[in-house]
Ligand binder design. Structure first.
Ligand code: ADP
Ligand code: 5GP
Length: 201
């Protein structure tokens, strides 16, 4: 059943918790969902592709996008800008496609203020030590950057009460199953099934 309007889904969680890993697995199981490719000024990590993981831009271009009001939200995170293109997601939502944003907590707060129907999911590791282990094991950031990300994580955890759902990424398959359950529940909301109800009126 085609939806009139797509569901906007915001996924937040500390760097290294496994968001990209979980999203990749979720997308291998689900179609009709679009991953919003963010703009960032951070350098690509090994294996990351421009236009796939992020749109990599310089600070001047990012600041031009801010000034031109092209971003739904943006934030500065560990010395880099990250932001969501408004046009790219609006077109999908209007076409009835669900859109997933992988964004940090300040950006999520902006989306909460601007998009009342959005769904907010926070993803945590099974323990703080495991978060540190994952950041080290990923082997993409210097010790300084990892320390900055772990400090940031403590601040981010304080924002969890503003989210609708909390997913624990112990095993990837478990986290994906929890997100699937949340998305299915959202689809079953009465307000999302209005079109089928007309025949019973
Ligand atoms: P994020 O996108 O949240 O920054 P990544 O998806 O890059 O995190 O994952 C960080 C590291 O943790 C990667 O090396 C990834 O393979 C690993 N990882 C992700 N999920 C799990 C998990 N459930 N158990 C163990 N390792 C995981
Ligand atoms: P990373 O550098 O690990 O890819 O991302 C760092 C943080 O930036 C993560 O918490 C990620 O969710 C967040 N992020 C990625 N894209 C965006 C975006 O477009 N806007 C905001 N506000 N945060 C983003």
């Amino acid at each position: 059943m085609k939806k009139e309007k797509g569901q906007l889904i915001v996924l937040s969680g500390p760097s290294g918790v496994g968001k990209s890993t979980v999203i990749a697995e979720l997308f291998s199981q689900r179609d009709n969902i679009y991953f919003s490719v963010s703009y960032t000024t951070r350098q690509p990590r090994t294996g990351e592709q421009d236009g796939v993981n992020y749109n990599f831009v310089d600070r001047a271009e990012f600041e031009r996008m801010i000034a031109a009001n092209e971003l739904l939200e943006y934030a500065e995170y560990v010395n880099n800008y990250y932001g969501t293109s408004l046009k790219a997601i609006q077109e999908r939502l209007d076409a009835g496609v669900d859109v997933l944003l992988d964004i940090e907590v300040q950006g999520a707060a902006k989306v909460r203020a601007r998009c009342p129907g959005a769904l907010f999911i926070f993803i945590i590791p099974p323990s703080f030590e495991e978060l540190s282990r994952r950041l080290h094991r990923r082997n993409t950031d210097s010790e300084d950057v990892i320390a900055g990300r772990l400090e940031k994580a403590k601040v981010e955890f304080k924002e969890i009460p503003h989210y609708d759902y909390l997913v624990i990424n112990d095993k990837v398959s478990g986290a994906v199953a929890e997100i699937e359950a949340i998305l299915t529940a959202a689809e079953c909301r009465v307000e999302n099934r209005k079109s089928i109800l007309t025949q019973f009126a």
